[in-house]
Design a protein around this ligand. Structure first.
Ligand SMILES: [Zn+2]
Length: 83
């Protein structure tokens, strides 16, 4: 019997970060968070979430921020939209 398992990305969710300013162009409310989750699969059935990856993009200056570049303000905004 062959077992098929592995991880693959789920769908990407995007959310706007309100009241948070972009550290680069200093515009407020322009940051969009994209979150992609990786799922562990066995026979194409989702078993559990392995990890999720977040990036932020500014719709004004088009700058992309990876999770390790998020400012404290962005982290706080994220907690607000996730709760
Ligand atoms: Zn910007």
């Amino acid at each position: 019997m062959i077992l098929f398992f592995g991880t693959r990305p789920g769908k990407t969710e995007t959310k706007q970060l309100p009241h948070v300013s972009c550290p680069y162009c200093e515009q407020t409310g322009t940051l969009i968070i994209s979150r992609t989750s990786n799922w562990f699969h066995i026979f194409w059935i989702r078993i559990f979430k392995v990890s999720s990856k977040k990036i932020a993009e500014c719709s004004h200056c088009k700058r992309t921020y990876f999770e390790n570049e998020f400012t404290e303000e962005m982290e706080k905004g994220l907690i607000q939209i996730e709760s």
